[in-house]
Design a protein around this ligand. Structure first.
Ligand SMILES: Nc1ncnc2c1ncn2[C@@H]1O[C@H](COP(=O)(O)OP(=O)(O)O)[C@@H](O)[C@H]1O
Ligand SMILES: Nc1ccn([C@@H]2O[C@H](COP(=O)(O)OP(=O)(O)O)[C@@H](O)[C@H]2O)c(=O)n1
Ligand SMILES: [Mg+2]
Length: 236
């Protein structure tokens, strides 16, 4: 149940001042000037950002849809943003397509720019950023451009054989859902994404979720993790 709350409190004003001094432009532009409450949580001035990580086929997109339904997040999939960029015939389209076919990582400035624009257009204060950051370079570029760290990082831990099975039966006509590219994506995941996951584990931001079982079973784990992170943020 959504409830609009009165105008900005002085605490909220000081949050906004802090955001301004941090140069967190995307934060301010993405957030409307009223506080909103959903599922008992008061919404704060800086967007709550959750990165959603896991290997190809680990269930990131599936679980994001469920989080959106339950908690009112805006879902931004880095892969979807890149695929839209290809479809729109942008100047970077053919470079992005070649990179995705090879299972490699698109240059960070391209992806971060798309995420930043989507956050600014999103007008929400809860964002799920799915499939990002996939490398230390992605992570550094986000922190530099957006000027903030995520509030939580969900990591779907799933055995490789299960991920391969899911990707090969996904049937969405993706150029990278074939055995040859999946092998490359798994290698890139181990070499470039696991260090990012380790980074957030050390920072205490990682919520590792067992990605096996049915989508509903997995969501019960996710629901508790998201609920706890929103509550922690509320208490800060
Ligand atoms: N728990 C699950 N069990 C079996 N199949 C699943 C499960 N979760 C997702 N899938 C299916 O596996 C494929 C990959 O899931 P997806 O959410 O797209 O993963 P990711 O975004 O991590 O690549 C999709 O076809 C999806 O319907
Ligand atoms: N941060 C990102 C996310 C995706 N990508 C590219 O987009 C591809 C598909 O990403 P995706 O997140 O849609 O794939 P899944 O893990 O959901 O299967 C990746 O294999 C990369 O080639 C990227 O370069 N940088
Ligand atoms: Mg996905």
């Amino acid at each position: 149940m959504w409830r609009r709350v009165a105008s900005l409190s002085s605490a909220l004003e000081s949050d906004l001042m802090q955001a301004a001094t941090c140069g967190a432009g995307a934060w301010q532009r993405a957030f409307s000037s009223t506080q909103v409450e959903v599922e008992g949580f008061e919404r704060k001035s800086h967007p709550f950002v959750a990165f959603v990580l896991g290997g190809p086929g680990s269930g990131k997109g599936t679980q994001c849809m469920k989080i959106v339904e339950t908690f009112g997040f805006t879902h931004l999939s880095a892969g979807d943003l890149l695929r839209k960029e290809i479809a729109s015939n942008s100047e970077n389209g053919s470079m992005i397509l070649d990179t995705i076919k090879e299972g490699k990582i698109v240059p960070s400035e391209v992806t971060v720019r798309l995420i930043q624009a989507a956050m600014e257009a999103g007008r929400n204060d809860r964002f799920l950023i799915d499939g990002f950051p996939r490398s230390e370079e992605n992570r550094a570029a986000y922190e530099r451009v957006i000027g903030a760290e995520p509030d939580m990082v969900l990591f779907f831990d799933c055995p490789e054989n299960e991920m391969v099975k899911r990707v090969l039966s996904r049937n969405e006509g993706r150029v990278d859902d074939n055995m040859d590219t999946v092998k490359k994506r798994l290698r890139v995941f181990s070499e470039l994404n696991l260090p990012v996951i380790e980074h957030y584990s050390i920072k205490g931001k990682l919520r590792k979720i067992d990605g096996t079982g049915s989508a509903d079973e997995i969501f019960e784990r996710v629901r508790s993790a998201v609920f706890a992170a929103l509550r922690e943020r509320e208490e800060r």
